[in-house]
Structures are given as C-alpha cells and as structure tokens.
Design a protein around this ligand. Structure first.
Ligand SMILES: [Fe+2]
Length: 272
C-alpha cells in the first residue's frame, strides 16, 4: 500500500502540475465549524456550554506562528467556556514549543484550557511538550480526568494519551460517574469504537487526520493516517456517543492542503 508520505509527495507534484497554487493558499483558509451536540440529561446550568477545539498545530517548518496567532484570536473571539487542545503541537523540532506554548497561554476560557498529546508530540518529546503547556497554566490530561464546576453544575472532561504513548481509557475515565456529563479528548478518532462501548462518554473530540490534508478525488483514503481511517473528519454517531473529528490547523509532510481546509471547532452542548 502507498505510504502517507509517498502519497503527499506525489500529490504535490500532481497539484503543481495543474497550477496548484491554491493548495498553498488553502493552508491559510481557516474555517469555523459550529456543531450542536445533544447530551441526554444535561443540567440546565450546562445548556449552551461552549467548547472550542484547536488541534494539530504542527508548528514549523510548514505551519507558521502567524497563522496560529489568527486561530488563537478567532478562538478567543468566541468567548469559550472551555478550550480543548487535541495534540500534535510540534512537528520537525521540539524547540517550536518554546514559541507555541506562550501563544497558547493567551487562550482565554471562562472555566479552563485543557490539552492532550498527539503522536508527533511523543515522537519528539512528550515530557517537554507537557511541561511547556503546564507552565502556561494549561491542564494536560494524560489518562486522567477533571470535574469542572460550571454554574452550580458539574461537567467531566477526560483525556487519553495518544496511541503512540500509553493509551489508557479506564485511567482517563476514573472518577467519571454515570449521570455526570462527560467529554473525552483523544488525539486519534478511531478509538471511538472502544470509547463508545464504555457508556459513560457523551462526546469525543479528536483530530489527527488533518481531514486527509490532501484529498484527491478517488484517492481520499491514501492520505489518512492509522487511527483516523474510520472517522476521518466531521461528526459521527458512534453507538450512543457523539464524535467530532477536526481537520486541525497545520500541515505535516508538505505545506499544502487540498479539499481539507484548516478548522476551528466550536461545540455547543444542548440537553435532550
Ligand atoms: Fe497532526
């Protein structure tokens, strides 16, 4: 089977051959996706809880800080209750975190900014990425959860480590009791099949896929990484659980996107 890296390289040649300037432009065309997620038994105090998700930053060499600054500004403009960062902060160099973490420290949430790590973070140095985020006051969830008080009610946010690290769903969901609205952050979306069977998670938020990053007609499958081939982008119902996979912000392998623009995700919870 053709590898993701080989496919991206072949795609660049093909797109350039057709005057693919637009594929470079598309990397800058941030799209705002707004989804409303029904949650059974949601307390009235949590009605309309606004979660903003940012993922797959991949700062340097292809994704630049100037673009990520725009994404952070757009996130702050939405006045989120909770901001969630879904991993892949770095790409080629761990030192990019020295620029990215202070920017992420400017994210403004009414309640909390939370993060999980991605496969690229593990490849370069998960401990350093985690420490950099913590220094900025960001809560990193590696196989654990937190209960957040909101307007007299409570909501549970759990986070698993990447499949490239030590994925531990039961550890992440420790302290999550039935009846407590629960959101799970997991870098790779395809873990949803396992997560949904647990029965305690109402919503899973993921990234990892870049929506394929380069989606050539008839070849959409070729650019999807392991862990994001079943649920590559958009919203899904998985059993009784809702899943949203963001296309993310940055690029890896090549500085292009085609048919998969970068995404800023706004999630609103509503009771049913
Ligand atoms: Fe990524």
């Amino acid at each position: 089977m053709i590898s993701r890296r080989t496919f991206l390289g072949t795609s660049l040649v093909a797109l350039l051959g057709e005057g693919g300037y637009s594929a470079f432009v598309e990397t800058q065309q941030l799209q705002h996706e707004r989804i409303v997620v029904p949650v059974a038994g949601l307390p009235s105090a949590l009605e309309g809880l606004r979660i903003v998700a940012l993922t797959d930053f991949h700062l340097q060499p292809f994704t630049q800080l100037t673009f990520l600054k725009k994404a952070v500004a757009a996130a702050n403009a939405l006045k989120p209750d909770v901001v969630v960062l879904l991993g892949d902060f770095v790409d080629a160099t761990l030192s990019a975190m020295d620029d990215l973490a202070p920017l992420l420290g400017t994210l403004q949430a009414q309640v909390e900014v939370l993060a999980v790590l991605g496969n690229h973070d593990h490849r370069k140095g998960a401990g350093y990425v985690e420490a950099s985020l913590k220094r900025e006051g960001i809560t990193v969830l590696r196989n654990r959860g937190v209960v957040l008080p909101v307007g007299g009610a409570e909501v549970h946010f759990a986070g698993t480590d990447s499949l490239s690290g030590q994925f531990d769903l039961s550890g992440a969901l420790t302290g999550c009791r039935l009846g407590l609205p629960s959101v799970l952050l997991a870098h790779e979306p395809d873990v949803a099949d396992v997560v949904s069977q647990d029965g305690r998670v109402a919503l899973q938020l993921s990234g990892h896929s870049h929506g394929g990053q380069v989606r050539l007609p008839g070849m959409e499958w070729a650019s999807l990484p392991l862990g994001a081939r079943k649920y590559p982008f958009g919203s899904y119902q998985v059993g009784k659980m809702f899943l949203h996979t963001s296309r993310g912000l940055g690029t890896t392998g090549l500085p292009i996107r085609f048919g998969s623009p970068p995404e800023l995700t706004e999630v609103l919870l509503t009771g049913v």
